[in-house]
Ligand binder design. Structure first.
Ligand code: PLP
Length: 446
């Protein structure tokens, strides 16, 4: 047993201590600078120690740390909601804040269910989600997710209200010779068939990550996919919930990933890039008609948490969002994202064990395979993703690798999600160290 009294993610060894962070760098207990190439799990969108955010947290702490939402609202929460939905992006007009992405998804699912109760359709009790998706680790969010590995131990205690259809993952799911339009048509038909199977008027919502994060590794949808599934939802009177916990809040180069997809959701969940890791915060953004449904019915959301709309968390998130706007960071995400794509492609694009390089904005993943022609994954026992993580760390890079055994039919992948503030020199350094780490990990696994 290791010496730490914390139940770490591994109980076989203690992880290194992160002692401080500054800009794109984290410093461990040996004083070594580690370039934060993934912001943890695509969280630290402003990097570390951003002075505006640090000052906002301190100022809010001096004013008010906590006031219970059964009696009060607070200034930073009101201002954060104004910033996010005051201009009604895609018709989203209201926000609700919690402390994590899982809590956000739980709330989104319950909000959607309550909406249909309020408007007189209580017979809607089902959700459709996608295989190879991740919506969080709490029981409701886990039931929504299609990450087979994470679900497996809890399968007997997960809600049966969720069924799953194929994700949009053309690298492995496209049939030979199928065009983009044909592939999208097949996926929409599969969703339609699931609505039919469940029966008319029984589905509350279809939930999907706009760009699939950890489970597939930055898998963007094909053009036309989201409009096609939106049309199926609309025809069945069901809501569209987009989980942008990982891909939202600027990560893919637009504030919301759905802006690039020609759709808007009825309910959206955000988290990581909302507060950039400065405070634990997640949020649910809801379309006007969903909130009106509740307002003209019972008049209250039947859900809440002790720490919802927490003043310090909201003050931090507000400062993060203001910094993104003031510093023109979405533009930097697009420019640096194009550079990261180019560098990864130069370095790894022709590698016989690199199956796919995919992503958008500053959200990129590389899927590793034994043979790019057959797409055969590496033996999971080799733990290739772990090797990539350790080789990267040895080279002073933090990245976010993920197991290929999630469903037994994909390669291990690793995500890069640098801070929106990264410059060209830092992107070059991230791509170079990552390329070296991947080469070394592959060499050790052959
Ligand atoms: N949804 C997505 C798409 C995520 O990537 C994650 C976390 O990685 C979650 C939900 C859960 O968020 P949290 O870990 O903050 O509970």
């Amino acid at each position: 047993m290791p010496s730490s009294h914390i139940i770490h993610r591994t109980l076989r060894s203690d992880p290194p201590l992160a002692l401080r962070g500054e800009g794109v760098y984290l410093y461990d207990e040996t004083g070594r600078a580690i370039i934060d190439g993934s912001g943890g799990a695509a969280v630290a969108c402003l990097g570390h120690g951003h002075p505006k955010v640090v000052a906002a947290i301190k100022a809010q702490l001096d004013k008010l740390a906590y006031a219970h939402t059964s009696l009060f609202s607070c200034e930073p929460a009101e201002r954060l909601a104004d910033t996010l939905v005051g201009h009604a992006p895609g018709g989203l007009t209201h926000a609700w804040f919690c402390s994590s992405g899982s809590e956000g998804n739980e709330a989104a699912l319950k909000l959607a269910r309550q909406y249909f109760i309020e408007i007189g359709q209580p017979q809607r009790t089902r959700f459709i989600a996608r295989r190879q998706s991740y919506h969080g680790n709490t029981l409701g969010a886990l039931a929504a997710g299609g990450n087979a590995m994470r679900r497996a131990p809890y399968a007997p205690i997960l809600s049966g209200a969720f069924s799953h259809v194929s994700p949009c993952y053309p690298y492995r799911e496209r049939h030979s010779g199928e065009t983009d339009a044909e592939h999208v048509g097949r996926l929409a038909a599969e969703l339609e068939a699931e609505f039919q199977r469940l029966g008319p008027g029984t589905v509350i919502a279809f939930i999907a990550e706009t760009v699939v994060g950890a489970t597939l590794g930055c898998a963007t949808a094909l053009p036309g996919y989201f409009p096609a599934v939106r049309e199926v939802c609309d025809r069945h009177g069901a809501l569209l919930i987009l989980d942008e916990v990982m891909c939202g809040m600027g990560r893919t180069g637009t504030m919301h990933a759905w802006e690039a997809e020609d759709v808007a959701p009825d309910i959206q969940v955000v988290a990581k890039g909302l507060g950039g890791g400065y405070q634990p915060i997640g949020g649910v953004l809801a379309h006007r008609r969903v909130v009106e449904g509740l307002a003209s019915g019972s008049g209250a959301l039947a859900h809440g948490h002790t720490y919802q709309a927490h003043p310090i968390a909201c003050a931090a998130a507000l400062a993060v969002q203001e910094a993104i706007a003031e510093e023109g960071l979405l533009e930097n995400v697009r420019r640096m994202g194009a550079l990261l794509e180019a560098r990864l492609t130069e370095r790894l694009g022709n590698h016989r064990e690199v199956g796919d390089i995919r992503g958008r904005g500053l959200f990129w993943a590389v899927e590793l395979v034994r043979d790019r022609a057959t797409k055969e994954p590496f033996d999971p026992a080799l733990k290739l993703h772990e090797r990539v993580k350790l080789e990267a760390y040895a080279r002073g890079l933090a990245c976010y690798p993920m197991n290929g055994t999630i469903d037994g039919k994909r390669g291990d992948h690793a995500i890069l999600a640098p801070p929106y503030t990264a410059d060209a020199t830092q992107i070059d350094m991230i791509a170079e160290r990552f390329g070296d780490a991947v080469e070394a990990a592959l060499a050790s696994a052959r």
